[in-house]
Design a protein around this ligand. Structure first.
Ligand code: F6R
Length: 242
């Protein structure tokens, strides 16, 4: 695992965007793994700038989201399908039919998870997976105790994750209890991983991921098994590293 402590919080997004753009320039139909949440927004903003200025073309990219809430009405602005539409598909001018998000409103959730894994297997492997990390060490929505062998499945969000994500909803009660998420084994199938983290709230999770033992109590520590993982963080997120 390579750890890069960026000179500033702004640099975190720019350095990660550079890695993603390199992959896209090498292969116009690359498969990109998308994270949602606040951490990758600066990456998407920089890629969108490059697209707007004619430096990058994302129209033939294929993309897979990491996760989705279960139980939000279709079209809810905080469903990850909508977030990805708003933050990624439109600004990067992706082709909507090439972007996949687990179906959190499927009547048969298990079948939706199997279908997602099949689509990934047909299209993938993912060339570069963008990741954030939860303050409890989750990646995707693989909460502590998730199996390293896990694949896309339904999970219960940890109370800490629901509390952290309540900022996107009008109250904690509105935050869904369940989600669909790629498993840790699914994530580790990607050719390259780039995880970004900013701010002191992530410092403990970052230290456990990078320096702690590999344990399901810190799902991010699974990155220690990956041959091509880069963690790009700011000084605050790095503050608990020894
Ligand atoms: C979201 C995801 C999560 C987030 C994590 C950090 O698709 O995969 O693992 O990356 O919860 O969220 P933020 O970036 O909002 O702090």
């Amino acid at each position: 695992m390579q750890v890069v402590i960026a000179e500033s919080t702004t640099q975190v997004g720019l350095l990660a965007a550079r890695k993603v753009a390199q992959v896209i320039r090498r292969r116009a139909d690359a498969v990109i793994g998308l994270a949602t949440g606040s951490s990758p927004l600066a990456i998407y903003a920089e890629l969108a700038r490059q697209v707007a200025e004619g430096e990058l073309d994302c129209s033939t990219l294929r993309a897979f989201a990491l996760d989705e809430y279960v139980g939000l009405p279709p079209g809810h602005p905080e469903s990850y399908r909508q977030v990805i539409q708003r933050e990624v598909v439109e600004p990067l001018r992706l082709t909507p039919g090439l972007v996949h998000v687990p179906d959190g409103s499927a009547a048969d959730v298990a079948a939706a998870c199997t279908a997602y894994e099949q689509k990934l297997a047909q299209t993938g492997p993912v060339d570069i997976q963008i990741l954030g990390i939860g303050s409890n060490g989750h990646i995707g929505f693989n909460e502590p105790t998730s199996s390293f062998a896990s694949r896309t499945r339904i999970k219960t969000l940890a109370p800490k994750t629901r509390a952290d994500n309540a900022r996107f909803f009008s109250s904690l009660d509105e935050v869904p209890i369940h989600c669909l998420t790629q498993g840790l084994a699914t994530i580790l199938d990607a050719r390259e991983l780039v995880l970004v983290a900013q701010g002191a709230k992530k410092a403990e999770a970052v230290a456990k991921m990078v320096e702690g033992p590999v344990t399901s109590m810190c799902p991010g520590s699974a990155l220690q098994f990956h041959p091509n993982a880069t963690v790009i963080i700011d000084a605050d997120a790095a503050s608990r590293l020894t």
